[in-house]
Design a protein around this ligand. Sequence first.
Ligand SMILES: [Zn+2]
Length: 472
Amino acid sequence: MSNTIKISLDTSQYRLPTSEDITSAKQFILRREDYARVLEAKVDECLANAAQEIVTICYKYNVDPQKFSISSQYNEKMMAEIAEVMDNAEEEILDLIYDYSTATVPDGSPSGRKDALAAWIALLGRGNRNLQDTLDGYLYKAMKDWEAAIAALRYANVAMAAAVTKVKSHLHSIYTMPEIMATFDHADDFNATYIRNKGVQKGAVGISNNGSTNVTNMAKLTLQMAWMKELSMEHEEDGAAGYYVLRGSSYPCETCDSMVGFHKMEDIDGYPPYHGHCCCYVIPIYGIDGKTTNNERTQREDADAIAQARAKFDAYSEEWEKEYFNPSNGGFNVYHKKHQFSNVKPNGAAMSGGQAEKHVGRLLADFGAKQVEFLQENGNGTAKPDIRFDNRTWDVKYISTANENTIRKYIENARKADCAIFYWDRNNKLEELKSAVTRTIGKFSKKGELSTIPSIFYINKDGLLQCIFDNK
Ligand SMILES: [Zn+2]
């Protein structure tokens, strides 16, 4: 994203955004794209699993490559098994889309807010169809893509295990599979729809010829649109007078260029994305005589929250050591008396593992207002998660002196927790950490075990918890 930003605004009416406003608008898009990538990987995992099951079912029924099609006319029992796989896949993918698309609704929002966004999402779809009907159509096409692949692979005498591998690895490029291309020379000998049509879907202008690709693209675009819808509602609630659109990427796009600049809040449907992959970002703009009521309300809510945190802290039993309470934000640390702090200090490191853990707990309380519990451990300190806050368990890994391979081992070791926090106080480890995360995601996606990887966070130089991979 470009660093030189020109904002032209009528300053007699509107306040110029601060540099923090601009940074947080960009960070919102980066976080959105992170979530979109994880959603895509998870939807891909569902599709790969469904493809695997369908190949296995068709091989079990020993289908005839040329007569075969996925339909009840060909084999009613087989079709019933396949329909169940497809129904489950559809349900799982819809759940993923809703979960990730509504993940931006802030925790503690009035109930109903998530429901309202979910209802809005349900109406998104291609043409005048809703989300579920659109997904249904794309999944049906994916199933027909697999039908062509299975016919071609059976025709080429490919064994089941190899057929599963081939279909999964060609999920997004099914018609480049050599076995399918070979059938196109005598396409009329087959019953599979997309062998007969030589891979071409009639009347499908503007969408991919591949069912799986349409599914993942739709999942990502739905998430992007939902996040921007939620953002627009937040801006409106905060009393913004309008919003300012800026390009988040530099490729030429007339549509996006035409939207750059100030829009009044009445034009709330003008928020990006303006197309798939659109990274345009939005800064809320407030009037000169902007409201302060929100601020006052926030202060009152803060005082209540701190009082509640204090009561919770005071109520911990004898088994806990009440180590620290921050009276200005309600963050705290409590240590279970059976929590083990390691005294081992890595060569060249500033602190022992236990000291680093305590330090991270303190940063979380002071800068994140987190209510951190250091959990009970028994004997072997690596078998249980280190801490708990925000209703998730966390492992703390001190990596000032660790290399990328060690960091990868730490990520795998942290699978017992929901999340892992990486902390360093010398040697910037961010690039090594990111690379270790990318490689670990790759390794576990291939095995179909992506969901076992913890979400990955680190503490930045301002003491703030930053997410680089959210796998919740
Ligand atoms: Zn754009």
